[in-house]
Structures are given as structure tokens and as C-alpha cells.
Design a protein around this ligand. Structure first.
Ligand code: GLY
Length: 570
């Protein structure tokens, strides 16, 4: 009873601290449920073992960047469908001094890649080639990413950070129920793609201990010999031989050439929030900025959470932003992206001129906006804050679940199928139904466009939130709905993460909503206005992991109930 009263008091405090429309107070008074809280530091990730290792590194005096390295590698061990050595990702950071930045360790197209590499002589798109097997693999960036982050900000030796991860791979971890199902569901495809049995083709049940000796050895080599072990040394040679045997065009030169890159993040305001998110080659920051800046012109707190009017505003803003994404966004090292124009208030206002609450704007009537002078499933996210005041948001991926399904038995890890994130044939949808154009065409050494949206949010010049999610094209809309759930609808971090989500991406012209989680009347209202609603698909939208800074400076986690996600802090 005492705990309940304390939670209630905290929520009353939160209501004064945040905006306080009458509607918000009602919502809040009825839902006093906080996630895990901590005083000094916290990691929220897809697996308890990874959050624990990250948190322990910080308890030993390490900072959020040391914990990033540990968590990223621990996820590669205990969440191998998305955690990786064979993929890539993005990090957005904010230091205790308030300095912000972004790290791009996205995969790249190999030197021998070319625009029509997935088309046959009749111009037919051979879909399977960009999705499974060697030709689907982009040059991995994750190991370059962790070393780049560690070199600039790390405080503990790499060997100390990797030690508990190597032990995790050696001693194993317990398979959860969700994981047993996921591994078992993929057994047949692992066998088919790799043409051999491996530790992943066994039948699993909940509670089985899963050990990966080969991965422990690979991590040990990286710990002993550094980044070059992966990009130039023995691992590189073994990896390239394995890839080429499986029809990949990746060479030793590709690995040698790979560099992670520091980027300027996308920064914009939503009312009094300052939002810092990932810049191209991710579309996340720009798309989210377009949608939120458009949404700010409508009183959605008054309309209410997931009501017909709120859904209409967000869906119409999403429709227009994803149309722009398809046309304008790609690797900034190869194309000019008109960022300022895409984010200008006048442009965004003009884009909504065709919107009316009376009915849906069909997607075939929406094209990308007109800008005259151009300037330039499966992923995982974790958020970390440390006791020094540093915060990071990291999203990392193999693209599909277990990427290309190609698994190196010698090295102990899966390879990505990130090449499918390119626009293989303009107008033809990729794995996530996204349509691309020339801006995201394949070219040697180019980075494929992403939707990953690791994001930090400031309020009153202080860190307020760190968040992100997997989910392909739905990443952007999941992240922005989570921010709105706390800011506009006064939910706790855990509630905001767990709340039902919806998604629209221009094409296909469908609003995807999480099955059984929206009331029938709202669905009917939207259908009557001309929206096509997909509410029967049982798959969920995103698995958000987030941290909110509470008014007293402590942290509240939002670890998504949709997965095995867990927060660990102290
Ligand atoms: N592979 C999913 C993304 O980067 O958007």
C-alpha cells in the first residue's frame, strides 16, 4: 500500500512538472505505473544479461561509452538475431558537458557492387538475392563502431570491457521462451542457407543453456589484437573466405577500407523539447523531425491519446514524410540531401495544405514535396545513462532476423542482409515495403538508407529521455509516438513504451495498428473517413527501450513488454 501511495505521489509531481491540461491529469491519475527506477546509472536493452553486463561495467567506474561497447557485444552473444559483429548501427550521444554527436557504423556496399546487381536480364528483381545468402551481405561496421566510440570516450581498457562478454559466450545464457520459439522457427532456413548443421540448427526449449565457443574465441582475438583483428587479421581472412564460398562479393580490401564516421546529428525542437536524433544515412532523424514539427501545429493533447483526430494528424504527417524519404534520402557521402528545406516550417505547413479531418488523403495523390534547389526485421536498441551525466542511444542491426541467415561456424556470428535496404529497383518494395528511388540506388562503398532512430531528448537544457527501437520502417513512428506519450499524454516511461502503436509509411496506403489494441469505434471512424486499417496482423510494432530522467534526477526505464527487454541500474 505504501509503495502504491509513493507511486501516486510521484505521478502527481510529474503532472505539475509536465504540461497540465485537464485531460492529461485524468489520464495520469488513473495509470500510476512506473517502470524500473535507478538513482545513478541505467541500461535498458533487449536482454537482461546484456543490460547487466553494461550496468556492471559502469559500477566498476566505466562510463556510458564503455557500457556501450559491453552491451553491444553482449547482445551479439545473447541476442544473436539482431545483436551482432556482422552488422552495423548508429549511436547518438550527449556528454555530461552537453556536447552532442552521432556515430555512423552502418554497413557499406562492397567495391564490386553495382546498381542493378539484383536484376536479371529481363530487369526482374531477384528478391531472394538481396535477402538471404552471401550476396545480401553489406560490409560489417559494428567492430569499427565500438572501437571508434571507445577511442574517443572510453575510460576502461577494452580487455576489461570484453572480459565479461567473453565469459558470457563461453559459459552460456538461458534461452527464454520467446527466444526458443524464434530460434526453432529459423532452423530450416539456417540449414537451407548454410547447407550444414550448426549450434543454431538444434531444437531449443526454454531454459536450455546456449554456449558459443567460436564467438568467445573471436571476441578474445578482438580483445587481444584490437580492431585490426577483424578488418585485417585472421578474422578478416576467415570471414572473407567464408563469404566468398557463399557467393559474396566482399573482399579483404572492403574490410580494410571500412571506416565508422562521426556525423552531425539532426537537431530540432518539438515545443520546448530539443530532440537529437540520427542523421543520414539514416532517415530516422529527418523523418521524425518532419512528422513531429507538423504535429506541433495541432493540439493533440486535447484530441486525446490514440483518438481518431490524433491518429489522423500523425498518419497524414507520416504519409507525407515517408513520401519525401523515398525520394530525397540516401547516403550523404554520395548525394545531396536538402535537409534545411525538408525541415523548414513553411515547407511542412505547405505539405499539409491538402489535409482535412473530413477524410484520408490517398497516397496516390501524395508525391514527394517540391524542393527547387537541392542541398544534400531485425534490429535492436539500447539506451544507457551513467553516473557522470553522459547518455547514449544506440540502434544496431543485421536487418532481418538473423540477417542473411549466413552463419560462420568458425567465427560464431551471423552476417547481415543490409543490402536489401538499398532501393534494388526503383518503385519495388524492400523487406519493409519501403519504396526507394535513385537517391538510395546501389553503388560501390555506398551506405544503404536506414530507418534507425536512436534519439536523445533535452528539456530545459538537460537530458530528459534516451530511446529507440527495432522495427524497420516502423522505427521512426514508434519512437515519436513514445515521446508524445510522455510529453503530451503524461504517461510514465514504461506506459509510454507499452502503449499500443500505429504506423503509416505512404506506400502501401495502409494504417497498420497493433491487433486488438485499438477500440472498435476508433477503427470504424477512421474507416468511414477512407483510411484502410490493418488491425488483424498479429505482429507488434517496435520494441522500444527508453530511459526518462525524473524530476529528482533519478531514472525511470521503459523496457518494452513486447520482448524480453530488461532494465538494470544502480
Ligand atoms: N535494417 C533496417 C534499417 O536500417 O532501417
Amino acid at each position: 500500500m505504501k509503495l502504491k501511495n509513493a507511486l501516486l505521489c510521484l505521478f502527481v509531481l510529474l503532472s505539475f512538472w509536465q504540461c497540465n491540461s485537464p485531460q492529461k491529469e485524468i489520464l495520469q491519475a488513473t495509470t500510476p505505473v512506473l517502470g524500473v527506477t535507478s538513482q545513478k546509472a541505467m541500461v535498458v536493452s533487449a536482454r537482461e544479461e546484456a543490460s547487466k553486463i553494461g550496468s556492471e561495467i559502469m559500477q566498476q567506474g566505466g562510463n556510458a561509452f564503455d557500457a556501450m561497447v559491453a552491451t553491444e557485444m553482449a547482445l551479439a552473444v545473447c541476442y544473436p538475431n539482431a545483436g551482432n559483429l556482422g552488422g552495423g548501427g548508429f549511436m547518438v550521444y550527449r556528454t555530461h558537458k552537453g556536447e552532442i554527436g552521432a556515430l555512423d557504423y552502418r554497413e557499406k556496399a562492397p567495391l564490386r557492387a553495382f546498381k542493378d546487381m539484383y536484376l536479371d536480364q529481363n530487369n526482374k528483381y531477384l528478391q531472394h538475392k538481396s535477402k538471404t545468402g552471401g550476396l545480401a551481405v553489406g560490409v560489417p561496421g559494428t567492430i569499427a563502431g565500438i572501437f571508434k566510440a571507445h577511442q574517443k570516450f572510453g575510460s576502461l581498457p577494452m580487455q576489461s570491457i570484453l572480459r565479461p562478454v567473453i565469459l558470457l559466450a563461453k559459459n552460456g545464457f538461458k534461452i527464454t521462451e520467446k527466444q526458443a520459439k524464434q530460434f526453432n522457427d529459423h532452423r530450416a532456413v539456417f540449414k537451407q542457407v548454410n547447407q550444414e548443421n550448426s549450434i543454431f540448427t538444434k531444437k531449443f526449449k526454454v531454459g536450455d543453456v546456449f554456449k558459443n565457443e567460436a564467438l568467445a574465441n573471436t571476441l578474445q582475438q578482438i580483445s587481444d589484437n584490437g580492431r585490426k583483428a577483424f578488418y585485417q587479421g585472421d578474422i578478416a581472412k576467415t570471414l572473407v573466405a567464408f563469404l566468398q564460398k557463399n557467393k559474396s562479393i566482399i573482399s579483404l580490401k572492403d574490410l580494410e577500407n571500412y571506416q565508422a564516421i562521426w556525423r552531425e546529428p539532426i537537431v530540432f525542437n518539438y515545443k520546448d523539447l530539443r530532440i537529437i536524433s540520427m542523421s543520414p544515412p539514416s532517415s530516422g532523424g529527418i523523418c521524425m523531425a518532419q512528422i513531429l514539427k507538423t504535429t506541433a501545429n495541432y493540439p493533440i493533447a486535447v484530441y486525446g491519446h490514440n483518438t481518431t483526430k490524433t491518429i489522423q494528424v500523425l498518419v497524414e504527417a507520416q504519409r507525407r514524410a515517408y513520401a519525401d524519404r523515398s525520394h530525397y534520402l540516401g547516403d550523404p557521402d554520395f548525394i545531396n540531401i536538402p535537409v534545411d528545406s525538408l525541415l523548414s516550417d513553411a515547407y511542412l505547413k505547405n505539405r499539409m495544405d491538402s489535409f482535412s479531418f473530413d477524410g484520408a488523403t490517398p497516397s496516390h495523390q501524395i508525391k514527394h514535396g517540391n524542393i527547387q534547389a537541392p542541398e544534400s526485421k531485425e534490429t535492436t536498441h539500447y539506451s544507457i545513462v551513467d553516473s557522470y551525466g553522459n547518455a547514449i542511444a544506440v540502434t544496431t542491426t543485421l536487418n532481418a532476423s538473423f540477417g542473411s541467415k549466413l552463419y560462420s561456424k568458425k567465427l560464431g556470428f551471423f552476417l547481415n542482409n543490409e543490402m536489401d535496404d538499398f532501393s534494388a529497383k526503383p518503385g519495388t518494395p524492400n523487406l519493409f515495403g519501403l519504396i526507394g528511388a535513385d537517391a538510395n540506388a546501389i553503388a560501390p562503398q555506398k551506405r544503404m538508407l536506414s530507418s534507425m532512430t536512436p534519439t536523445l531528448v533535452e528539456k530545459d537544457n538537460k537530458l530528459w529521455m534516451s530511446l529507440g527501437t527495432p522495427g524497420g520502417s516502423t522505427i521512426i513512428t514508434s519512437v515519436l509516438q513514445t515521446i508524445l506519450n510522455v510529453y503530451e499524454f503524461n504517461m510514465s516511461m514504461q506506459q509510454a513504451v507499452d502503449a499500443p502503436r500505429f504506423h503509416h509509411q505512404w506506400l502501401p496506403d495502409v494504417v497498420k495498428v497493433e491487433a486488438t489494441s485499438f477500440d472498435a469505434k476508433t477503427i470504424k471512424n477512421l474507416e468511414n473517413k477512407g483510411y484502410v486499417i490493418d488491425y488483424k496482423n498479429p505482429s507488434s510494432i517496435g520494441t522500444v527501450d527508453a530511459i526518462l530522467v525524473l524530476p529528482d534526477g533519478s531514472f525511470e526505464a521503459g523496457a518494452d513488454k513486447r520482448g524480453d527487454d530488461t532494465a538494470v541500474g544502480f
